[in-house]
Design a binder for this molecule. Structure first.
Ligand code: CO
Length: 170
């Protein structure tokens, strides 16, 4: 059941994102373009549980440690600030349950390309985003788990050795 809930949260976040950022507008000349919105509006920079993390073409996140407060919602906004397609340099954010090994999970996840590199029906994750590529942004919202130290990673094949960090709940 938990897995279903996370999937729903993820889908909901995507829907929100499309609703907010992906709107098509018609210009006077009939040319259709993507409406550009300030996506940082969706995170409250004064809220320690609203976290923006960037990822790039060098297979790196800009954070190796994320600290949040227990007992509250957490919002993770992942941005891909590179130029490469998600098929080549895709990134996501996956938060693992305590006791789940990054390498074991990463190797397993790599075989689930058709499921956003998330093992189908997995009980190993607390939350995850979809895979994004150049210029894309995605958001996932979830309840902060109990205080402790957790691992996060990008589950795109081969990325977890560099794209990983500690998620600390205080
Ligand atoms: Co990645």
């Amino acid at each position: 059941m938990k897995t279903i809930k996370y999937v729903l949260v993820s889908v909901f976040s995507c829907a929100l994102l499309i609703g907010c950022g992906g709107e098509k507008e018609k210009k006077k000349d009939g040319f259709s373009y993507e409406k550009k919105t300030n996506e940082t509006k969706k995170v409250d920079t004064n809220n320690p549980n609203d976290v923006v993390i960037t990822s790039n073409d060098l297979m790196k996140y800009n954070k190796s440690e994320i600290k949040v407060k227990a007992g509250k919602k957490v919002k993770i906004m992942l941005k891909h600030i590179g130029k490469l397609d998600k098929k080549i340099m895709g990134h996501n954010f996956v938060l693992l349950k305590q006791g789940v090994d990054v390498v074991t999970f990463g190797n397993k996840a790599a075989t689930f390309a058709n499921n956003g590199y998330i093992p189908e029906g997995t009980e190993d994750v607390i939350a995850y985003t979809k895979i994004i590529g150049a210029g894309e942004t995605t958001v996932v919202e979830f309840d902060a788990p109990k205080p402790g130290i957790y691992d996060f990673l990008c589950s795109f094949p081969g990325h977890y050795s560099i794209m990983k960090g500690k998620f600390i709940v205080e």
